[in-house]
Ligand binder design. Structure first.
Ligand code: BG6
Length: 520
């Protein structure tokens, strides 16, 4: 019998052999005392180091307002890592070696002198590449993105010209603007100080293994791609449900709401990857061109259509997984009469040749019964003869569910004969589980994103026209909501699947939500 490991070796098609070698670099984190740094960035960098994926040598410099020594910063980060690391316990020896590369630079974001200190520090030790290969991670508040970019440029830390020595890149966290106008002006500002090819706009969903797999799944499997259009697909449901409420993020959420926090970025990205045309190559620009083309084909709802196509919801008090939850309006930093949506469901139409007439239902919300992200592709039923004629709606149409998280995998649902002498049909499922197939290796999205940014591959980052097109779509919906407070139909109890109006939205078109199932 052949050795299965050899067989795997033969069958695995490696796409990253031509990948650029990582060059030694310094990662400068602006907002080094913040939550994102402790929770996501440093754990991700530690795991890259653990997996020997960091370039050698490398250096991580934290830039923030509060004075502290390298040692104090390291201790703070270690405490964060112990708490948030995806592998536990943290390996003390590896941490020790990793932490030697962590340095702290105190400074205010507006203070030019602080950037001069940073420059001195970068030149002060280590090989010269570490001083000019710079990945500047802007984990600051969005209002400071422009300022930090301008100061970096003014102090010659970032060079936008072709003659630059080494490379400098800016990684920009979300939210990128709060509407089309602010996103445009932020783009204009950032591109004054850095070239578009130096800007890496984050959408952490693109770093998720299962989200990346959407393209592989679609374009390496002939059987599915042949069915991927309006003739075979009746409708698609994309659900990103979350069990937690807004908790301590009330201040931010009051400015954002579910539409801007989740739909403008994560859900539209998943939709684009599910529906875009095949790119001409796997190059970043080819893939991003197709995503933009798709986003441009989204039908823009006119203000008077919004109420019929988009449902807003806000949670009232309830219970999630046995825990009682307060109403949104009583969460810290939330206005007692807030009309901000914590849930949104919408019908999306794509006006292009492939998808004309196929509804895509998107929904996301906080305090829902389960945390689960999935895409369900509902195929058209068989003609109304033979089994369908006899069973009617009881004969389930085929469906393909791509479970993005948790319980990552893909399930195909089809009908089969119930064994026995009687003639009975019922749906059965074919499962692919990441865990069963590949083991429980699930790197954090940020690990992949940081690696790609260091390698200079922009595939998993959002291009300027992409972010603006997505805002255009979302702005039109917000225009329809202008001066329209939430109504009695908007409330849903924490722990339910959202307002009833969301069920009515699908029912109007003869469809019904299929809720994600809890892992068994
Ligand atoms: C963030 C949103 O972008 O994504 C949060 O701001 C949300 O509100 C989070 O909870 C969801 O990310 P994930 O990876 O947990 O699905």
């Amino acid at each position: 019998m052949s050795d299965p490991s050899t067989l795997d070796e033969l069958l695995v098609c490696r796409l990253d052999t031509g990948r650029r070698q990582l060059e030694p670099c310094t990662i400068v984190i602006f907002g080094a005392s913040g939550d994102l740094t402790a929770r996501k960035l440093v754990p991700a960098l530690y795991h890259l180091y653990l997996g020997r994926q960091m370039p050698m040598p490398f250096r991580i410099v934290g830039f923030a307002r509060r004075p502290k020594s390298d040692e104090e910063w390291r201790l703070e980060l270690k405490a964060g890592l112990d708490k948030f690391s995806r592998t536990k316990p943290v390996d003390a020896a590896i941490w020790g070696a990793f932490a030697e590369n962590l340095h702290y630079c105190q400074g205010e974001f507006h203070e030019l002198a602080a950037y001069a200190r940073l420059r001195q520090m970068l030149k002060g030790f280590g090989p010269p590449e570490l001083a000019h290969n710079l990945l500047c991670y802007l984990a600051t508040s969005p209002s400071q993105f422009g300022e930090v970019a301008e100061r970096l440029y003014a102090s010659a830390l970032v060079d936008r010209s072709e003659q630059r020595k080494g490379w400098q890149r800016l990684v920009i966290e979300k939210p990128f603007g709060s509407d089309l106008a602010t996103a445009r002006s932020l783009n204009a500002e950032l591109t004054r100080y850095a070239h578009e090819s130096q800007l890496f706009r984050i959408d952490h969903y693109l770093g998720k293994e299962t989200v990346q797999n959407l393209l592989m799944f679609r374009f390496s499997n002939a059987i599915f791609e042949r069915l991927w259009h309006r003739d075979a697909i009746e409708h698609v449901q994309i659900t990103v449900s979350e069990q937690h409420g807004v908790g301590g993020r009330g201040g931010y959420y009051e400015e954002a709401g579910a539409l801007r926090d989740m739909v403008q970025n994560h859900l539209l990205q998943v939709l684009a990857l599910m529906t875009m045309e095949p790119p001409v190559s796997l190059e970043a620009e080819s893939i991003r061109d197709e995503k933009v083309k798709l986003l441009r084909a989204l039908r823009i709802w006119q203000p008077e259509q919004v109420a019929m196509q988009v449902v807003r919801g806000q949670y009232t008090a309830g219970e999630v997984a046995g825990q009682s939850r307060p109403a949104y309006r009583t969460e810290p930093k939330v206005a007692p009469d807030s009309s901000v949506e914590t849930y949104v469901a919408l019908r999306v139409l794509i006006d292009n040749w492939r998808w004309s007439g196929v509804p895509f239902y998107l929904r996301t919300g906080k305090n829902l019964p389960l945390s689960a992200s999935e895409v369900r592709v509902q195929f058209r039923p068989t003609p109304h003869v033979l089994f369908a004629a006899q069973c009617g709606p009881k004969l389930d149409a085929n469906a393909l569910t791509l479970r993005l998280q948790p319980n990552e995998g893909i399930t195909l649902r089809f009908n089969g004969k119930v064994p026995g002498t009687s003639m009975q049909l019922r749906p059965v499922r074919m499962h692919f589980s990441y865990d069963a197939e590949f083991g429980a290796y699930t790197p954090e999205a940020y690990e992949r994103l940081l690696l790609e940014a260091m390698a200079g591959d922009a595939t998993l980052f959002i291009r300027r026209d992409e972010v603006e097109t997505a805002w255009g779509f979302v702005d039109a919906i917000r225009e329809g909501w202008r001066n329209q407070p939430l109504t009695a139909e908007s409330w849903y109890a924490a722990g339910s699947w959202g307002p009833e109006a969301a069920d009515a939205l699908l029912a109007r078109y003869g469809h019904a939500w299929r809720h994600p199932q809890a892992p068994q």
